[in-house]
Design a protein around this ligand. Sequence first.
Ligand SMILES: [Zn+2]
Length: 342
Amino acid sequence: MNNSIIQPWPQGMLSVKLTDFAGQKKAVELMDKALKGDRVNHAYLFYGPEESGKFTFSLTMAKALNCREGKGDSCNSCISCGKIDRGIHPDVSVVEPEGKGIKIEQIRRIKTLSSFRPNEGEKKIYLLKDAHTLSLPAANSLLGILEEPPSYVVFILLAPQLSLLPDTVVSRCLCIPFNRVPRREIYEFLKKQKSSLSDRQLWTAAHLAEGSIGRAVSMLNSDSWSQQREQAFTWWKGFIACSQKELFSYVEELSREEHLLDFLNFIESYYRDCLIYQAAGIEELIVNIDYLEEIKEMKPGSNEELIQKIEVLENFKRKMHIPLNKKLALEAMLVKMKGVTE
Ligand SMILES: [Zn+2]
């Protein structure tokens, strides 16, 4: 466990006020009411899919709770907000799994530390990432302090699903759901925050972000993003035209790719665009609008075949976090994708 935030503000993420936090209306409304009415709960459980903004929201909430200027929100300019942005606020701690999960020793340490009043802020905040990995003894130990925490302590637990946590823990928290953000909302958010960029860039990022504002922002912040997108398009055109014999050089190129998930997401978006154009013929629905003419002519398979190829890609992406022989797995995937047309 760390005494201060180990990962400061998520890379590339824009620091916004709690009330400007996009895409999670329910969480914002609840917290805004609680903060302005001085009725903050002692334990929250934010649950929902990965990259839906749970961690960023909890940091925003930590800022609002300890802000010196924001009057119930985060100002993003006072000393306290600045320290949370930089990950050095002494009263905000992030607890992450050590090894397979959060251990009882980590919870014991929280108990000891929470008996001291905050150093600088109003509240001491403990953010438990991946709270579903709490070992049973750790969860039981946590119950003790969740029942009767000191008045200045706020726990924020983050987890993908409620059902993965013991009922006893869930019942002691105020549970708030998080969802993937619709494209339109991501686009509106980007438009406000990144007004210097073209509409096409914003719209493309909103489409490719898979419901994650954080991902959309880091795409737009990255210099290499457009370059990688172009590279993926060139790879894809070659892959579609290549013979089974030439396939291995495409496996090689993909296995050297540093940001493989982003690369595969680009490829998937090209297939989706082909499918949408073939099936519906609606140009406005195409994400990679700048490649429209080529996408219209590509015809990499029938509608049914394109759906299958997308499924093969999706399956691979789902298993990517499992340790595997990357090259072999990529080869199997590309052979399958090629095979769909034969
Ligand atoms: Zn502030």
